[in-house]
Design a protein around this ligand. Structure first.
Ligand code: AHG
Ligand code: MN
Ligand code: MN
Ligand code: MN
Length: 281
């Protein structure tokens, strides 16, 4: 697995360079989720593919931008990734990211063995979840990632990132979000799950929600590339990750691009989510 993390460091440096120098425009195609792709989605996907296929221990890769996986003869790890998360925010210069889930034996929640994500912001940061969750920062002079600290979530936080189209929220979901705000939580939502979840993790806790809505009962965020990796990060940092009823990592993926409602946070916020959803089942 060390080789995979080494490849992710090289990938991050190359994608960051592409973000700074390449065209931010759209392409004519859509991906399997129906997203309008930007050129950088495709460029980033190619960068990750090129590096990961060189790693001996990688058996298979699948991404948000690919219909189907690419399989090799050798290797034991299955890597599912979102090469560029928040790509619609590139042209307004907000932070974006890359997300990686490393699986053994297939792509279900219980098969995830490690996860990583990169934030491309004013600084480039890499978070790796193995047994513990660790933060690294890119030193732009040496082009090396330097260890910063271990990350742990508190029992309760102060910030809230409520995603999804509000007009389509279920009334009980809206009531729950309002009651967090009434308790004093502050709104922190950029529309990129990487920086939004990174902020909650670094500031010690809170809640990020991307619920099922009347138009999209299964939510928007994709299990393999976005949800399972962040569930792995949050759980190993001492937090919780659920779909409203069950732990996200107990879920199976019905297809490569399957989505689920999702809530990531510290313990107390997630207890409230579970209670609210149970009462309104
Ligand atoms: P991607 O750019 O990889 O397609 O993912 C965007 C995701 C996620 O980062 C964010 O939380 C969510 O989409 C926001 O979507 P909407 O603005 O459509 O609600
Ligand atoms: Mn997309
Ligand atoms: Mn994404
Ligand atoms: Mn993406």
């Amino acid at each position: 697995m060390t080789e995979i993390f080494k490849a992710i460091e090289d990938i991050a440096i190359e994608i960051y360079e592409a973000i700074k120098t390449k065209d931010t425009g759209k392409v004519e195609t859509q991906n399997a989720s129906g997203d309008v792709q930007v050129k950088l989605d495709v460029i980033s996907d190619d960068i990750v593919e090129k590096h990961l296929l060189k790693v001996k221990s990688v058996k298979e890769i699948i991404s948000e931008e690919k219909e189907d996986p690419i399989t090799k003869e050798e290797g034991e790890y299955f890597v599912a990734y979102d090469p560029l998360d928040g790509s619609s925010l590139i042209d307004v210069d907000l932070s974006v990211g890359s997300i990686f889930g490393i699986y053994k034996g297939g792509y279900n929640g219980e098969n995830i063995v490690a996860a990583a994500y990169v934030v491309y912001g004013p600084r480039v940061e890499l978070v790796i979840a193995r047994d513990v969750v660790e933060l690294f920062r890119l030193n732009e002079h040496t082009k090396k990632f330097e260890f910063v600290k271990e990350l742990k979530l508190g029992k309760k936080g102060k910030i809230l990132g409520p995603g999804g189209t509000q007009k389509n929220w279920y009334p009980f979901h809206k009531e729950m979000i309002d009651s967090f705000f009434a308790e004093g939580y502050r709104l922190r939502y950029s529309g990129g799950m990487v920086p939004d979840l990174h902020q909650i993790l670094l500031k010690g806790g809170g809640l990020f929600a991307y619920p099922g809505t009347t138009d999209k009962p299964k939510g928007k965020l994709r299990k393999l590339f976005e949800v399972f990796p962040f569930a792995c990060v949050y759980e190993r940092a001492g937090g919780k990750a659920v779909d409203g009823f069950n732990e996200l990592l107990s879920l199976e993926a019905e297809s490569y691009h399957d989505t689920t409602p999702c809530f990531f946070g510290s313990e107390e916020e997630i207890i409230k989510v579970l209670r609210t959803y149970k009462e309104n089942q």
